[in-house]
Write a new protein. Structure first.
Length: 819
């Protein structure tokens, strides 16, 4: 897959790395050994090394790099200049300079977003293994230059192996195709929005600002010198809100990265209205003022806000990359060069956010390593209106000519916002489709594995409504009583068919949501529609070409929608069979008084062995909750679903603890915390449980040394919950089966029981005998969610990652315990 944002010439990379080398000026050679030990630091040598490696790999891949034959001919012809030039060319890849070599090794271990370097790293690791290197060691190409006559044969074997595997597509780092597709999509949308901005606003300028924030992403609140992840997100969120509200800022591109363990950097490229901000320095002052307002005067010394305009003028003296873009040439040059340089920085050195930062990002709706286009701030029709004071005023005419819409999307201006939802009613839809839309709406609101705003959920449900209509109804252009002649004589939205009206409104939603992070974890037809929109539909449809829209809708229905709708119906049919068994189970659990809690349990592990262990540890956790009293409560029952997202696995579970009417509210609050903490520390808790068991059964300890020497047990592969070998079960009592998860972070997040119902929308719910209405509502909503939840939470390809037969987790009533 081609990277669209990459320039096709060496000039592009020269400009890109010239900017990066000046941005990252700290040299490794200038620091002591202790100061270098910062794990994720980016040095000046890092950029120099990346530039050298990119240059060589680029020429190897496009066939312009010197070959073995070129070198042998130079030696044969005794052309020392040519042979030395070839040797020096590949020295760039070998990184003979120790500082550059160390910086590159550190980079490739921590920054996997640069797809070129990621693929090269995969090859380098595999090649080192084939060369017989020990685990953790790697083949050093620079060693070929240590001798008086360097080993040309080994060098070209290395180069030819890389070239062959690249040509055949045999080396690809995990998730690289998805990463490139994401990069291409961001690039295409940014260029499209920039072109739109330039076509509508003539008087614009550019400012580039770096904000250094003292933060360690692994620290928590309480450190007076450094921001925690939460504090950092608050600062970024408030700054973004300030930029959204500032009328003079039209577009921002954000690059977030880590300089070292204690420095988090926000780089902003801002395009502004030059009639509001006269200079780029004025934008810098505005940002400094906003940061000071957010942080406070007393703590401002901790922050460094640096304008980069002077640096850009020094690096690119012939170009206008900051300040006012005066001509069309300036705007086009900025678009083709520095705008792409800045975006490329994101793709080369994007921040590895980590779980906690991702959670805060979703919760606060923060934009990191992406861009925002504030199209709503362009409130005039064209550039001439912006400078209307320069044009002599004319006397107003008695009659103004009526403006005739040229494109169909202009017709939606007739709609009053308060009447927007009337265009997405269920009129004419089959009852089955209406119920399905209501079910999807409930599931989207009830789920909490991905954070989605109410507004975005409403938009997605509107699109689902439109797609249901498209799958059921025939496609035609005009409403009853109208035809093409009457429509073109006076184009009105009401004259179009209801499906056309919905499509135009959905298209507007699609444009609005381009700057919003879509919850791609949700398996919805609406998400697929937004992702495929550009492949099936034009950006605009002319008023006199309604037939084109009809053809495009028909093509989308046959090619994309019908297969999705068929798969969706199959999933719903499968899920419906689980309702009865879930309701029967809940009816038994609720025969006693209970307090209900709901949690999202998660583990950093993903597919394979770690997923199996995550599933096993949850089973064991629940079993222990049933056997013990937790703050005076005993677990009566549980229900959940296993959600195997590609990058992280979750278990969304509702727990029922036996209670009585005399229970204090404070005890329930403590129960929530204890249940959460018990999971978070479960590996340690399990070890303590095993120690207590062994203390009570000392005869087991006699066999411990024998077991350790007689069996080589890998508990991550043993499947302890499914295998019934006595030896393994015996070992389980002595060794901790979950020790592999000791370094893996377990998390438990408390949630409202049922978000859509006021009486159940709480972090805990008590249900007592006699509360029939409450009991009935709880059973209805909980069974609905856990039966149908996987239909929107698990994509078809993710079922391969599931470590169990199906997603549903349903407890069993133990008759002995109930007696």
């Amino acid at each position: 897959m081609d990277k669209l944002w990459v320039g096709s010439s060496d000039e592009f990379f020269q400009g890109l790395f010239a900017y990066l080398k000046n941005k990252f000026q700290i040299k490794m050679a200038a620091l002591s050994v202790m100061q270098k030990n910062t794990a994720v630091c980016i040095y000046h040598e890092t950029i120099v090394a990346l530039e050298s490696i990119h240059e060589v790999l680029r020429k190897i891949e496009n066939g312009s790099a010197p070959t073995r034959e070129d070198y042998e001919n130079a030696i044969k012809n005794q052309d020392e200049t040519e042979s030395l030039a070839i040797s020096d060319f590949y020295k760039k890849l070998a990184l003979v300079d120790q500082g550059e070599f160390d910086a590159f090794q550190n980079f490739r271990n921590h920054y996997y977003f640069d797809t070129t370097i990621s693929n090269y790293s995969v090859f380098l690791n595999e090649y080192s293994k084939n060369m017989g290197c020990e685990y953790g060691e790697y083949f050093e190409l620079s060693s070929l230059w240590t001798k008086k006559n360097f080993d040309a044969d080994k060098l070209f074997k290395f180069i030819e192996s890389y070239q062959a595997q690249t040509s055949l597509g045999l080396i690809t780092a995990e998730d690289i195709p998805d990463e490139i597709a994401s990069q291409n999509r961001i690039y295409e949308m940014l260029i499209q929005d920039y072109d739109d901005l330039v076509s509508r606003i003539r008087n614009i300028g550019v400012s580039v600002v770096d904000i250094f924030l003292p933060s360690n992403l692994r620290r928590y609140e309480g450190d007076s010198e450094l921001f925690s992840s939460r504090e950092l997100m608050i600062v970024i969120h408030r700054l973004e809100q300030a930029l959204r509200q500032e009328d003079g800022i039209l577009l921002i591109v954000n690059h977030a990265h880590v300089i070292n363990n204690n420095n988090f950097v926000l780089s902003y490229l801002l395009i502004y209205k030059a009639n509001i901000f006269k200079t780029s320095e004025a934008v810098h002052e505005m940002i400094s003022h906003e940061v000071q307002r957010i942080i406070g005067q007393m703590h401002m010394w901790r922050i460094n806000v640096i304008p980069r305009d002077s640096m850009l003028q020094r690096i690119f003296p012939e170009e206008s990359f900051s300040g006012k873009l005066k001509s069309k040439t300036d705007k086009q040059t900025f678009r083709n060069k520095f705008l792409r340089y800045f975006l490329s920085c994101i793709f080369l050195m994007k921040l590895d956010k980590g779980e906690e930062l991702e959670h805060y990002e979703e919760m606060k709706y923060i934009t990191l390593n992406n861009y925002l286009y504030f199209k709503e701030k362009i409130y005039f029709d064209n550039a001439e209106q912006e400078n209307s004071f320069e044009v002599p005023k004319e006397k107003p005419k008695q009659t103004q000519p009526k403006v005739v819409p040229h494109f169909l999307d202009e017709l939606i201006n007739e709609i009053e916002l308060e009447k927007f939802d009337k265009y997405f009613n269920s009129r004419g839809l089959p009852t089955k489709e209406d119920h399905k839309i209501q079910l999807i709406h409930f599931l989207c609101k009830q789920q909490d594995t991905t954070n989605v705003s109410e507004e975005l959920i409403d938009d997605l449900i509107r699109i689902e409504s439109f797609l249901s209509r498209l799958s059921c109804d025939p496609v035609y252009d005009f409403a009853d009583g109208y035809n093409i002649k009457s429509f073109q004589a006076s184009p009105k939205l009401v004259k179009l068919s209801f499906m056309f009206q919905q499509f135009l409104l959905v298209s507007e939603v699609e444009r609005i949501n381009r700057s919003v992070r879509l919850p791609r974890e949700l398996n919805l037809k609406a998400i697929s529609f937004l992702e495929q929109y550009d492949s099936f539909f034009a950006s605009e449809y002319e008023v006199y070409k309604t037939s084109r829209l009809r053809r495009d809708l028909g093509k989308y229905r046959i090619s994309a929608l019908q297969p999705l709708a068929k798969q969706e119906q199959q999933r719903l049919n499968t899920a419906s069979k689980k309702i009865v068994s879930i309701q029967n189970y809940l009816n038994q659990v609720l025969e006693t008084d209970v307090v209900v809690l709901r949690f999202i349990f998660s583990c950093r592990g993903r597919a394979g062995e770690q997923a199996t262990m995550f599933d096993d540890i949850f089973r064991d956790y629940v079993d222990n909750l049933k056997r013990r009293y937790t703050n005076g409560f005993r677990l009566e029952g549980h229900i959940g679903i296993y959600i195997p997202h590609r990058y992280k696995h979750y278990i969304d579970a509702t727990l029922f603890f036996k209670t009585d009417k005399n229970t204090d509210i404070g005890d329930i609050a403590i129960l929530r915390k204890v249940v959460s903490d018990y999971w978070i520390d479960y590996v340690v808790n399990k070890q303590e449980q095993i120690h207590r068991f062994n203390d009570r059964h000392p005869q087991n300890n006699k066999n411990l040394s024998f077991l350790k020497t007689s069996w080589s047990l890998d508990f991550s592969k043993s499947g302890l919950k499914t295998k019934k070998w006595k030896a393994l079960n015996f070992c389980k009592n002595i060794l901790n089966p979950f020790s592999d998860l000791k370094q893996t972070k377990l998390t438990a997040r408390s949630l409202p029981i049922v978000k859509t119902e006021n009486s159940l929308n709480h972090d805990y719910v008590e249900v007592f005998q006699g509360q029939r209405a409450k009991r009935k509502l709880l059973i209805e909503k909980v069974s609905l969610y856990y039966a149908y939840g996987p239909t929107i939470l698990v994509r078809p390809d993710e079922y391969e990652l599931l470590p169990r037969k199906n997603c549903l987790i349903l407890g069993r009533i133990r008759s002995l315990h109930s007696k």
